[in-house]
Design a protein around this ligand. Structure first.
Ligand code: GAL
Length: 836
């Protein structure tokens, strides 16, 4: 359906997101897009959460995002880290929000601040500080005075902090958008009459803070004016009902580039092609003008920041992986998509719009500008299984299954969401150091408290979170009782999360745990009782607090029922659920902070024994390896616990929680280089119930193995929009050249090896398949040609043409070029050193 646009808008030239030196103006919007300094904007945005990486990583993460065609960095704000106690704030180190936003500004792109302050985000307690739990009469996220008081207080604190540093675009800063609340619609109905007034209040409160930039409420289809409602999910081109007013732009706040992973779960793989399809569809079908990738860089849940059962690695499958390395082809394919869409900016923003069918499940979205030639078309093939040839404006186009072709001039296809011309990369690790001699380690077994030694007593099972106040994952539940005979029995423990380890008379008798989808667990294990006093000590462990759902303040965790049964039948010997219990919050090692240099001296460490014991602390040291490749500890030999390097927690690990095929959900744990000193780095590992520290290894990670593929149907890479702008007037819109393999090593590296190269008909899946083989047609000099073009260089480009390889190896057969190459650190003194 055609829409008549306001023609005067056409006079406004759509220019790049260059903000340095811009005259400050409020950011506004209309039905097409955000308007910054009077200019309409088509924006690509990427989520990077500042506490999930280190300040030292931020510049390179932001630079790689910018290079990938990202105009805006979007982040949540993490209330529970910033305000650990009411009125006490922390904005240091990884929490230095101002530094993060200023880094974005320094690199000339925009920022979007999702204050929440409830954020979900697989962040413990969804970002809420646990101390809120003790506020009398509080009901989170509802029309409840105590909650609203603290929420307003924190939101105001953040807004004022940003204002004081002139960080809003209305002040000349980079922040162009803010978010209040988060997907509230998901829980609103549960609050009955207390839901809708809270939405109105939150919107009014936020708008009243006068930031000079618009607010969004994601997934809140009735977001009150002037707050913009936006979409979250993987397919907003299909699911979004649209803005709730014709004067609001169509915004996608969370396009999930993969999904978070849980312990016991496997990584979620979402292809670059699928993401690109849905972005293009959103732009075309929903007239989207803002798409944010959640996450563009996921990073690491350091310390205890992850929510219930979530792995320490966060959205590793994002375009920038956990360590900040470029993940290909996702990063490159999306970069090309952004460039292709930006080529359509003028008709997209100012054009009239029509949508018509091109076939049974094919359609065209056409945006026609005022002047001739201002026309952009998106040709969509919705058929999930077959490719199809369609005719559009008298030309035919082949559309692979489930794909969209982008024609920035309604004639030339510059990009198709299913045709990947970007290079592929494969992650590999290099072993740097083993810790396999017992002399390298010292060990300390944490104390297993008996009832007598506990400081908190109660005649019932206490709720876990309300007892630990989230100061630790660990809570000891203990009781003792007298018997006048010895013998075997069975201990049964029912827990609502997340893990329980049981000790009877100081001996470990077993563990049980739940999972992300079913937190409850039952431990049922045989035990031997003494004639005389018996001590039972149960360690309840939480793996992060819940982060979603209504009434978070009412959630319970920890032990619910404890019984001892006869050894050979169900008969209850004694029910201890309502008994005299003694509690200890946390482990001794945590309390003494034996994971850092100073605390480490507070206990007596001993040599490592032969048998593995539960609740062991292990320590060793290692030197920092040379180079810049990210470092990881491979904890695949361990059970469950937490690890620290030089006193800084690199997060929880749980290598023994396997996915159905027997693999650990996560074995590699990131050690940021900024945590390290040149030598004698202190590594401390707390192991709850098993594991072999002698098999821990230190490794580097790289994405140095690359693959490039160009077939007849491949398109040549799109000139990035920024490059195009700087080359205005020159005909760079489309190279008009043949498809080619373009390869680029990670920064600071050069090609050291061509492991496979064939111009002919090698593996038909190109880089999608792992092991490449020659086909019936192969040009025997391919390798030589490719080596000459690439070895020793940081990037290279080889055209898929007969000319490149001298002669046609098989006339009449359609030929592709497939190359596997490896990069390694460049030795600047000796450029030939890269050649193997
Ligand atoms: C969304 C939520 C985000 C995050 C995401 C999944 O619903 O708004 O905070 O939790 O799901 O990663």
């Amino acid at each position: 359906m055609a829409i008549v646009i306001r023609w005067w808008l056409c006079c406004i030239v759509l220019v790049a997101a260059v903000i340095g030196g811009a005259v400050a103006d409020d950011v506004t919007y209309d039905g097409r897009s955000l308007i910054i300094n009077g200019e309409h904007q088509l924006l690509f945005s990427g989520s990077i959460h500042y506490p999930r990486s280190t300040p030292e990583m931020w510049p390179s993460l932001i630079a790689k995002a910018k290079e990938g065609g990202i105009d805006v960095i979007q982040t949540y704000v993490f209330w529970n880290q910033h305000e650990p106690k009411p009125g006490q704030y922390n904005f240091e180190g990884r929490l230095d929000l101002v530094r993060f936003i200023k880094e974005i500004q320094a690199q000339g792109i925009y920022a979007a601040l999702r204050i929440g302050p409830f954020v979900e985000a697989e962040w413990t307690y969804g970002g809420l500080p646990f101390w809120l739990h003790d506020v009398k009469g509080i009901v989170y996220r509802s029309d409840n005075e105590p909650f609203k008081f603290y929420m307003q207080n924190f939101t105001t604190k953040i807004v004022n902090l940003m204002k004081s540093e002139n960080l809003y675009a209305s002040q000349g800063g980079p922040i162009i958008l803010s978010q209040i609340e988060n997907e509230y619609k998901n829980v609103e109905a549960a609050f009955h009459a207390k839901g809708p007034p809270y939405v109105l209040w939150a919107a009014e409160m936020a708008v009243g803070l006068k930031t000079g930039v618009p607010w969004v409420m994601c997934k809140q289809d009735d977001a009150p004016d002037p707050v913009i409602n936006s979409c979250n999910g993987m397919s907003c081109g299909q699911t979004f009902a649209g803005p709730n007013s014709p004067n609001k732009p169509s915004i996608w706040t969370e396009n999930w580039t993969s999904f978070y992973q849980v312990f016991g779960g496997k990584p979620y793989i979402r292809s670059a092609q699928d993401i690109a399809f849905h972005v293009a569809l959103f732009i075309a079908a929903k007239k989207g003008s803002y798409v944010n990738y959640y996450m563009y860089h996921g990073g690491t849940n350091f310390g205890r920041t992850g929510s219930a059962y979530v792995t320490t690695s966060y959205y590793d499958q994002a375009p920038l992986d956990e360590y900040g390395l470029i993940r290909q082809p996702k990063w490159g394919h999306l970069k090309e998509l952004h460039a292709a869409i930006k080529l359509c900016s003028t008709p997209l923003i100012f054009g009239t719009y029509t949508n018509f069918s091109l076939g049974e499940s094919q359609e065209a979205y056409v945006f026609q500008g005022k002047s001739s030639g201002e026309c952009a078309a998106f040709l969509v093939n919705n058929n999930l299984s077959s490719s199809v040839t369609v005719t559009f404006q008298n030309k035919s186009y082949n559309l692979p299954r489930e794909s969209i072709s982008i024609l920035p001039d309604c004639q030339n296809e510059v990009f198709n969401t299913a045709k990947v011309s970007s290079q592929y990369s494969t992650r590999s690790t290099v072993l740097i150091e083993t810790f396999n001699s017992a002399e390298q380690w010292k060990a300390f077994q944490d104390v297993i408290p008996n009832y007598e030694e506990t400081s908190i007593k109660a005649d019932k099972l206490l709720e876990h979170m309300n007892t630990t106040k989230d100061k630790t994952d660990y809570l000891w539940y203990t009781f003792s009782f007298q018997r006048d005979s010895s013998g075997d029995k069975r201990l049964s423990v029912n827990s609502l999360g997340h893990v329980v380890h049981a000790f009877v008379n100081n001996l470990y008798v077993g563990s049980a745990h739940g999972s992300h989808d079913n937190v409850s667990s039952n431990l049922n294990t045989s035990i031997s009782l003494n004639n005389g006093m018996n001590n039972v000590s149960l360690l309840s462990v939480m793996v992060g607090l819940p982060d979603s759902g209504a009434y978070l303040e009412r959630r319970v965790a920890g032990l619910r029922r404890v019984r001892i049964h006869q050894s050979n039948n169900e008969a209850i010997f004694q029910d201890f659920t309502n008994y005299s219990w003694g509690y200890t919050v946390g482990l001794l090692g945590e309390q003494l902070q034996i994971y850092n240099d100073e605390g480490s001296d507070k206990v007596q460490w001993s040599n490592i024994g032969n048998s593995t014991q539960p609740l062991m602390w292990y320590k060793t040291t290692f030197d920092t390896p040379n180079g810049n490749d990210p470092l990881v500890l491979n904890l695949g030999s361990m059970g469950k616990g937490e690890a620290w390097v030089n006193g800084q927690s690199i997060g929880r690990y749980w290598a023994s929680f396997h996915i159905p095929n027997g693999d650990s959900s996560q074995t590699l744990y990131h050690v940021p280089r900024s945590f390290l000193i040149p030598s004698e780095n202190l590594l401390v590992v707390l192991e709850e119930f098993g594991g072999d520290p002698l098999q821990i290894t230190l490794e580097t990670v790289s994405n140095d193995k690359l693959c490039g593929y160009a077939s007849e149907s491949h398109l040549c890479p799109v000139t990035p929009w920024a490059e195009l702008m700087s080359n205005k007037g020159k005909n760079t819109r489309h190279h008009g050249r043949r498809p080619r393999v373009q390869l680029e090593c990670p920064s600071g590296k050069a090609f050291s090896k061509i492991s496979f190269a064939s111009f002919g008909n090698p593996s038909a899946d190109g880089c999608e398949s792992e092991n490449h083989v020659l086909g019936s047609c192969h040009s025997s000099n391919t390798k030589v040609v490719v080596e000459r073009a690439c070895l020793g260089k940081a990037d290279c480009s080889i055209t898929r043409s007969i000319r490149s390889f001298g002669k046609d190896p098989c006339p009449g057969i359609s030929k592709a070029l497939l190359v596997d190459a490896e990069c390694s650190s460049r030795n600047l003194d000796d450029p030939m050193s890269n050649l193997i």
